[in-house]
Design a protein around this ligand. Structure first.
Ligand SMILES: Cc1cc2nc3c(=O)[nH]c(=O)nc-3n(C[C@H](O)[C@H](O)[C@H](O)COP(=O)(O)O)c2cc1C
Length: 182
């Protein structure tokens, strides 16, 4: 099974990255292949909401509004069997890089009949600071995103500095289970 692990933090050695590495280990525990993507290493701009706001992506299911690294990653998503998405919690929301990519991805896929992620499992992870405040709203926006594109919720995990040790183990075992469940 091919599992894309998408991390969405500017920090290469922070909690988001550690979560992504634990997910990778879980996938590999099940002899799956983890495809690691760091969104902040890519150039992906915000949606321009072309034309009247719906853009050409509504009917063409691809983004012609901005040519950047979005198009290649968008295509690669279709080759995966499952996904792990890890974002830091910023102001109770997903990070800017997560929003930039997934806003455009949702526009391309939500109204497509058989889309790239339909029926495929996703583990959503919100990596927060000490308080953990805002983890729920961040996870709620991830839930809404993946329900719009008809992916299947496998797990939703909130991790903070306080629960870090046991939640890192939970991430590994969740990814391991997801990678053997199909
Ligand atoms: C702009 C900004 C906003 C943040 N907002 C929240 C928040 O709403 N709730 C929270 O618990 N932590 C918040 N944090 C802390 C981060 O979620 C936390 O440090 C997280 O581990 C960052 O991920 P990283 O280690 O990959 O950088 C915020 C951090 C930044 C930089």
């Amino acid at each position: 099974m091919k599992v894309m692990v998408i991390t969405c933090s500017p920090n290469k050695d922070g909690l988001t990255e550690t979560c992504g590495q634990m997910a990778r280990l879980g996938v590999e525990d099940s002899n799956g292949e983890a495809v690691m993507v760091r969104l902040n290493d890519l150039k992906i701009s915000n949606c321009r909401a072309c034309n009247n706001g719906w853009g050409t992506c509504r009917n063409e299911h691809s983004c012609g509004g901005v040519k950047d690294d979005f198009q290649e990653l968008h295509m690669l998503m279709g080759e995966m069997d499952a996904y792990v998405v890890v974002t830091p919690v910023y102001w109770g929301e997903m990070s800017e890089s997560a929003k930039a990519f997934f806003d455009r991805f949702r526009r391309c896929e939500a109204l497509k009949e058989k889309n790239k992620v339909e029926g495929k499992p996703v583990i959503s992870i919100a990596a927060a600071g000490g308080s953990g405040n805002g983890s729920n709203t961040c996870l709620a926006s991830m839930e809404r995103l993946f329900s719009h594109v008809r992916a299947v919720r496998f797990d939703m995990i909130g991790i903070t500095r306080k629960n870090r040790d046991h939640m890192l183990e939970a991430i590994r075992s969740s990814a391991r289970e997801m990678a053997i469940c199909r």
